[in-house]
Design a protein around this ligand. Structure first.
Ligand code: ADP
Length: 373
């Protein structure tokens, strides 16, 4: 770790003082900064600040340090933010809400769907995989963890549904056979900034921990694109079976996907495989056109020694069904514009089921039993 104290102080001087004018450095709120390996510790003093203000400040400080580390290309594990009183002693009552709540997610398989970059069809794959698993009889949950751009409300048609809360726990919405929760149903669409950045960690953690998921066979999590702190939170909060990486065939998309694969591996999360989305296009003439250079993601998977889960073509009906919030339609040739998409999705779900079962077995979650009679 070569972030210096001065760099950190300069990054923190962009965080506004929540109790008055100026920033937290010039207002002497920052009392202490230290770095050790990939860890940064910051002590703050804001006597009399309300718990919510502290929580917001903590997140803003964390965010500023993480943004600095990303900009400087420095590894960063943990940003510890402590509140101290005027004498420098640690104050209590600084735990984030829900921090000590045990995760109620009880699922046999927990699969995170990630991508190196946005717009490659990560959410589309997450939604269709979840619906595909549910159609095979698995009790399936789907969490829209893409807190920077939640697409599930549209893709699952959640607009007509009200978010229910029972005993301060979120109730997932049952749509297309899947139990779904999206942050898009919890924030005011006009004020997404609240969730952009500072609250990412806490927001995501609460979505996982404060939802009544019940017993699940499979839980699918749609992650934000890229490599940020949400996967870190995820790795800390849940026992993941593994991650699925979605990628388009182009070289640039693959470079980002490789970075995403490496990130999961660094977090000790098994990569279950790669999906090549927008792989090719079948024209009205019945010919297949390799618009982005089909097969690139498969080669990448081979090179990285990870499974290739399948290719999904560019298809207008798939896009239309996503916009209409009707993913179930992708599984029937009549509503999917032919058998191209149902076939591709069924192969993908087949392969994923195999890989998740193998991964779970390797992780000792479900040991095979031999019955001799
Ligand atoms: P991401 O989650 O990676 O940002 P999305 O899943 O939101 O990407 O997809 C971006 C857009 O591309 C959406 O409008 C979606 O319907 C469309 N799309 C994704 N995959 C395909 C595909 N195979 N064929 C046609 N449209 C697609």
């Amino acid at each position: 770790m070569s972030l210096t104290k001065d760099q950190i102080l300069s990054a923190l001087s962009a965080v506004p003082n929540p109790t008055g004018g100026g920033d937290i450095v010039s207002a002497d709120i920052v009392q202490w900064v230290a770095t050790c390996d990939a860890n940064v510790s910051v002590k703050l003093s804001v006597p009399g600040a309300a718990p919510e203000a502290r929580s917001t400040l903590r997140a803003a400080v964390e965010r500023a340090v993480r943004t600095l580390a990303i900009g400087e290309d420095e590894p960063l594990d943990r940003v510890a933010v402590e509140f101290v009183d005027a004498a420098g002693s640690r104050e209590t009552a600084e735990q984030e809400p829900g921090e000590d709540a045990a995760s109620p997610v009880n699922a046999k398989y927990v699969i995170a769907v990630g991508a190196g970059k946005g717009g490659v069809g990560k959410s589309t794959i997450a939604v269709n995989v979840a619906v595909g698993l549910a159609r095979r009889g698995l009790a399936t949950g789907l969490l829209d963890g893409d807190i920077y751009g939640p697409s599930l409300p549209t893709m699952l048609g959640l607009d007509a549904h009200e978010q229910q809360v029972h005993r301060s726990r979120l109730q997932p919405m049952l749509v297309h056979g899947v139990k779904a929760i999206s942050i898009g149903k919890l924030v005011d669409a006009d004020k997404p900034l609240i969730w952009r950045g500072p609250m990412a960690h806490g927001a995501f953690k609460q979505l996982i921990e404060r939802t009544d998921w019940g017993e699940l066979d499979a839980m699918v999590i749609d992650l934000p694109p890229g490599t940020g702190d949400v996967p870190l939170t995820l790795a800390q909060s849940l026992q993941l079976t593994g991650a699925v990486i979605v990628c388009t065939p182009q070289k640039v998309a693959q470079d980002d996907a490789v970075r995403a694969v490496r990130m999961f591996q660094q977090l000790d999360i098994e990569v279950l495989g790669v999906v090549e989305n927008m792989s090719y296009f079948i024209g009205d003439d019945g010919k297949e056109y390799d618009i982005f250079g089909r097969g690139g993601a498969e080669v990448m998977a081979q090179r990285l020694n990870i499974p290739f889960l399948g290719a999904v073509p560019i298809n207008m009906q798939l896009r239309a069904n996503a916009d209409a919030g009707n993913p179930s339609a992708n599984f029937e040739p009549k509503t999917a514009g032919g058998d191209q998409i149902p076939k591709a999705l069924s192969q993908l779900v087949d392969n994923l089921e195999k890989q998740m079962a193998l991964a779970a077995m390797r992780q000792g979650q479900s040991k095979p039993t031999l019955n001799i009679s």
